[in-house]
Structures are given as structure tokens and as C-alpha cells.
Design a protein around this ligand. Structure first.
Ligand code: ZN
Length: 313
């Protein structure tokens, strides 16, 4: 039983309109689902993904309008790494980000930058067997596009505290990948792999807010989902019951360094209620919320989004 890398990563934004602009127009991702936070339907939950909206490339944001910027500290993810196909892609992104006024730092086969609210990113030119998960965008050639997640880095005061749960319960393997550093693991299943790295924590206290990661979800086959939950409990974790998120099913728990983990299933996926062609174009509510649509729409600011993708050749 193995987890198939990262399913999705969820962060916080204070400005949904600016967030859509940066992730779709600038980074070239596809808005794959425009919905609301199921735990607080007065705010948006936006999902950016590859063209087919698959687990592994799915970055999501809760909007808290006007939220102050936070700062990653102990127990928080501080950087998200995306794969790209080549060093040429890093040159392309460095120039494209500079055109948007976004500073970046090149370090060999890596390019680091932050989104407009300070969320840390790294693009890595890596050679992995996993299929590239790419979205279509008229200004981003497919061979230079983001290819899905490589891993996340979080801050921990004591990575050893996480080791048992990660290795014994979640079957993460210690990683000797250049990127992971001293305390790094890989969750690699039959379809994909994803890395998890724990860095020494800064003195700064954690401040959740705009530009910080809320949780990271790992991809669990539906048949294994309850089994993972039992293993987490056996390792001393305290997972939630299985929660039906309509597009996937989830359990949540904190790993011992404090990072909120989710285990999410790939099924049924984002096309269960919209066609692949029109994903993201209108506000979609899970059936349990549909009766409250009028009330929900009255509170949300309209969020214009026009797909600018080139037709697939
Ligand atoms: Zn999630």
C-alpha cells in the first residue's frame, strides 16, 4: 500500500480576483473548479490544475477577502516545488515572471519566487518517470509549462518526531533526492511520486494568513483509504472520520511536526458534475449546498474568468 504522491495543496488568499489572474494568466494553470469552502460556504475555494484536472497538479486556495499576509513558521509548509521539463523552462519562467514584476532567484536547476502574497515556490528541472501534468495556455509552450508537483518543504523543530508516522504509517521512504536535504521522504506509488522535506524551523512564530499553505493532501487509492486511516491511528495519529468532499473523499490529521495532512482519493474527480471542456467557468456547488445557492451567491463577489487557453493540437 503506497500513496501516489501529492493529490493537492491548499493555501490561503486574501484576493480571489488577483489570485485567479496570477495562477491562470501568469503561471498558465487551468481554473478547474470554482466552488466554495465546504466548511465555510461564504468564501471561495478555487482549484488550479492541469488540463485534465488530475491529482498531482492541483493547487487550491480558500479566499478570505482582505486577509492579512501570514508567515510560514514551525509546522507549516513554506515552499511548494513544481517540476518543469528543462533548464530552458527555468529561463522562460524567470523572464516571464520578471515581465510581471515578480523577482526570482536562479540556483542551478532551480528557480525560486513567491506569489504576490508571499507564498514560496520553486521550479525544478527534474527527470522523473511521472507523466507531465500540463495545462494549455496560449503564451506558454507545452514543453516549458509547469508539470505538476515535485514536493513540499515544511518547517519542523524535530523532524525525528515525524519519522515514525511518515515511515511506519504512511509508508514514506527516506529520500536521497538532491532537493530533499537531510530530512526528506518520498511517497511514491504506482502512478506518481511526491517529496516531503522538513527544514530547521526559523525563530519566527507561525502566522497563518494570505500566502500560506493550509494543508497538503496525499493521493490514496479509494480501496486503501480506510486502511490508511487505521494505520495513522495505530501510529498515534488522530485522523478525522472519512469526509465526503463530493469530488473526492478525505481524512485529515496533523503529522507530528504540526503540518496538516489530508489523504484524498482520486475518485470521482472534477468531471463528475461538469464537462472537462467547461471546468472552472461557473460557480459549482456540491449537491448538499445547492439549496443555498441564492444565499451563497449573494455573499460572494463575482469572479470573472475567461479561459485563454489555445485549443489543444
Ligand atoms: Zn484539501
Amino acid at each position: 500500500m503506497k500513496l501516489d504522491g501529492i493529490h493537492h495543496i491548499t493555501a490561503i488568499t486574501g484576493d480571489a480576483a488577483a489570485n485567479v489572474d496570477f495562477y491562470t494568466r501568469v503561471l498558465g494553470l487551468r481554473l478547474a473548479k470554482k466552488t466554495v469552502n465546504q466548511d465555510d460556504p461564504s468564501v471561495y475555494h478555487l482549484f488550479y490544475a492541469d488540463e485534465d484536472a488530475q491529482p498531482g497538479a492541483d493547487l487550491t486556495f480558500f479566499e478570505y477577502p482582505g486577509a492579512a499576509e501570514g508567515q510560514a513558521g514551525i509546522g507549516m509548509v513554506h515552499r511548494i516545488a513544481y517540476r518543469v521539463g528543462s533548464e530552458e523552462a527555468l529561463d522562460f519562467w524567470r523572464a516571464r515572471l520578471a515581465d510581471e514584476g515578480v523577482a526570482s532567484e536562479r540556483d542551478g536547476g532551480r528557480l525560486r519566487f513567491a506569489d504576490p502574497e508571499g507564498l514560496g515556490f520553486e521550479l525544478l528541472a527534474v527527470d522523473v518517470p511521472d507523466a507531465p501534468l500540463v495545462a494549455d495556455h496560449p503564451e506558454v509552450p507545452a514543453e516549458l509549462a509547469l508539470q505538476g508537483f515535485h514536493g513540499v518543504r515544511a518547517y519542523s523543530t524535530s523532524p525525528q518526531r515525524s519519522q515514525e508516522l511518515l515511515e511506519q504509517a504512511l509508508a514514506f521512504e527516506p529520500s536521497d533526492d538532491d532537493w530533499t536535504g537531510e530530512s526528506g521522504w518520498e511517497a511514491r506509488g504506482t502512478s506518481r511520486g511526491g517529496l516531503y522535506s522538513l527544514d530547521p524551523a526559523p525563530h519566527d512564530r507561525p502566522i497563518p494568513g494570505a500566502g500560506t499553505v493550509h494543508h497538503v493532501a496525499w493521493n490514496s487509492a479509494a480501496a486503501d483509504h480506510e486502511g490508511w486511516r487505521e494505520r495513522v491511528i495505530a501510529a498515534g495519529g488522530r485522523p478525522t472520520p472519512v469526509i465526503d468532499r463530493f469530488w473526492f473523499r478525505s481524512i485529515y490529521f496533523r503529522e507530528p511536526s504540526g503540518v496538516l495532512f489530508e489523504l484524498a482519493t482520486p475518485d470521482p474527480g472534477f468531471t463528475v458534475d461538469e464537462s472537462l471542456e467547461t471546468l472552472g467557468e461557473k460557480l459549482v456547488l456540491p449537491p448538499a449546498f445547492e439549496s443555498r445557492r441564492e444565499e451563497i451567491e449573494a455573499v460572494l463577489k463575482p469572479l470573472p474568468y475567461h479561459r485563454s487557453a489555445a485549443p489543444r493540437s
